[in-house]
Ligand binder design. Sequence first.
Ligand code: OAD
Ligand code: ZN
Length: 237
Amino acid sequence: MGEKLPEAPVVVLTGAGISAESGVPTFRGEGGLWKEYRAQELATPEAFARDPELIWRFYAWRRQLVGGCRPNRGHMILAEIERQLQPFTLVTQNIDGLHQRAGSKNVIELHGSLWGLRCTQCGQAWRDLAVPLKPSPPLCPNCGSIARPAVVWFGEPLDPQVLDRATEACSRAATMLVVGTSALVQPAAQLPLTAKRAGAQLIEVNLESTPLTPHADLALSGAASVVLKEWWDQVRN
Ligand code: OAD
Ligand code: ZN
């Protein structure tokens, strides 16, 4: 009690930009997923209720796409930072699972996971890495009802426990790195500001400026894999 902790907690918030160099499309940029597809038709609970097969085709395609991608150097460096600096929390808006595949351990998935499924009736939740899923749409192993992807859709709230864990980590952060997010989607975009208010140094890594840039203590412009490597080479020495 009363002792000063030697740790300097690091929190990272990532968005689609960290996975762009792995070949996973972003949402809002050139060729972004929400530009090519009408999101409201494919990522809402109403769309799923109307046509679960169509929505499952969309998610089957995304699972196949991501299944063929590999974590890139940006993911690897974040996993390396976690091995070197503790406590460390990685909060991601991504559902691709590439952080875990790169070796990150303490990962909070704000928007769920492409690899997670949840029963629409009994709430049973499980993971399935199979590509393709059989049958499709997949069925609950517990009650046989149709399953849905365990992701957050437009108009749905985040899991409050997941959001609480992320907020808690941010409110203790000494350093907050924000990588590859347009910082437009709430409540994720609020998290860096929570960290900043609590006294964290806020560092942003992005190809372009975002609504967060004016709040950043350091705005590093460039591709995540390149900029993170440069930053980490400086910090570790
Ligand atoms: P966006 O597509 O909105 O933004 C991607 C950001 O990454 C942009 O600011 C790009 O400038 C940046 N970027 C692209 N390539 C990069 C690179 N190689 N290095 C660094 N930065 C790069 O994606 P998110 O901010 O993740 O939510 O979108 C947030 C949420 O909106 C998603 O989680 C998803 C979507 O609706 C749900 O589906 C619930
Ligand atoms: Zn069930």
